[in-house]
Design a protein around this ligand. Structure first.
Ligand code: F6R
Length: 357
């Protein structure tokens, strides 16, 4: 196991400084906010009743953030569409965001094409460039350009904030500014608490990563913002730490998954750890369900750890949860001696699907 306080070793394991991008996330949020305020808008849209976010993986999660944040405070129907096909409801009254960090993701290009060609939907693109930007420019589609050089999942702020700000500027969503300011300030404090300079003895992100080494993480959230955060944690463990990880959601898991801990207890006790993501806005019955559920299953897990968000706005709470997961997933990679940045298998898949070797 690598010593996470040995900064030379940390640098060696992380040659592209993925951890630096995580530590710099508060600045990214601020830059994302400023870019979104400057971005070109769609002229005079009337009667928009829904928002569709087209995107996959580290780009697509921006739509899940929008669904929770806009869904909570507006009458808009918001959905993320992660695939090749658009549902029937996407049409001229749907504001579509096509989000792809690289601008070259096959599924997103396919649904972008359908949205612009056949559905006559108004579209805004969020990307660094690629084919998506090229096609968008030809069609005169507004583009929120974000900087290159990051892994898509490390550009979480650049990809998520524009949707919230563009919706606000178009009079569709709630005021985004105060929640974004709160989120930036909280993330700034967290970066100072969880960054590499803070020794493991005082750094809860390093401590959790070290505890998780050798375990398969399972992450439970609850409907709404903690559900999105749980999925983000799962993906960060997969892509950064290169370990399998699973997630589920309260209250749904009380109706199925909770039964499944009975038979393989020796195996799950040895190999699995449960993280439960909590926040002060959760429904009181969810709080009760978590209190009742954990004692029923914890003996069948290596350990159970609860993670509680700070923040008063939904956005600050959501990002506070995901941000801790970003640090833990990155430290777990480094603790195992693994580079958190590359996602070799995704690159192989994309190349094979594009007809390469
Ligand atoms: C890699 C990552 C992936 C990509 C996904 C889609 O860091 O997070 O999940 O986000 O393969 O690619 P983009 O974001 O370029 O559309």
């Amino acid at each position: 196991m690598n010593d996470l306080d040995d900064l030379a070793l940390v640098g060696k394991c992380d040659p592209s400084d993925f951890l630096g991008a995580v530590e710099g996330f508060p600045d990214q949020l601020r830059d994302a906010h400023e870019r979104s305020l400057r971005a070109e808008l769609l002229p005079g849209l009337k009667g928009i009743d829904s928002v569709a976010v087209l995107g996959m993986g580290g780009s697509g999660i921006s739509g899940d953030v929008a669904r929770v944040i806009l869904g909570e405070e507006s009458n808009l129907f918001v959905q993320t569409l992660k695939g090749y096909e658009l549902p029937k409801w996407v049409g001229p009254k749907t504001l579509v965001f096509a989000v792809s960090y690289s601008g070259n993701t096959e599924e997103t290009l396919t649904t972008f094409e359908e949205a612009t060609q056949n559905r006559r939907a108004p579209v805004v693109i969020v990307t660094t460039g690629g084919e998506l930007a090229a096609r968008g420019r030809k069609l005169g589609v507004p583009i929120v350009e974000v900087p290159e050089g990051l892994q898509p999942r490390a550009a979480f702020g650049y990809l998520s904030i524009p949707i919230l700000v563009v919706c606000e500027r178009m009079g569709l969503g709630p005021k985004a500014g105060p929640a974004i300011e709160e989120t930036i300030a909280l993330a700034g404090r967290r970066s100072a608490q969880w960054g590499r300079e803070v020794p493991a003895s005082q750094n809860s992100a390093k401590q959790l990563a070290l505890r998780l080494a050798g375990k398969v993480p399972l992450i439970y959230g609850s409907e709404g913002l903690a559900e999105v955060a749980a999925y983000r944690w799962k993906c960060q463990f997969n892509e950064c730490s290169k370990v399998p990880a699973w997630w589920h959601v309260f209250p749904e898991l009380n109706h199925n998954e909770v039964v499944g801990w009975k038979q393989l207890a020796p195996l799950t006790r040895d190999s699995m750890a449960l993280l439960v993501l909590r926040h002060d806005g959760e429904h009181p019955r969810i709080t009760k369900r978590i209190e009742v559920t954990l004692p029923l299953i914890e003996a069948n897990l290596g350990f159970v750890q609860q993670v509680r968000a700070e923040g008063s706005s939904a956005l600050a709470r959501l990002i506070d949860l995901t941000y801790f997961g970003d640090f833990v997933g990155t430290y777990l990679a480094i603790a195992q001696g693994i580079d958190p940045a590359p996602v070799e298998v995704i690159a192989i898949l994309k190349s094979k699907l594009a007809g390469g070797d």
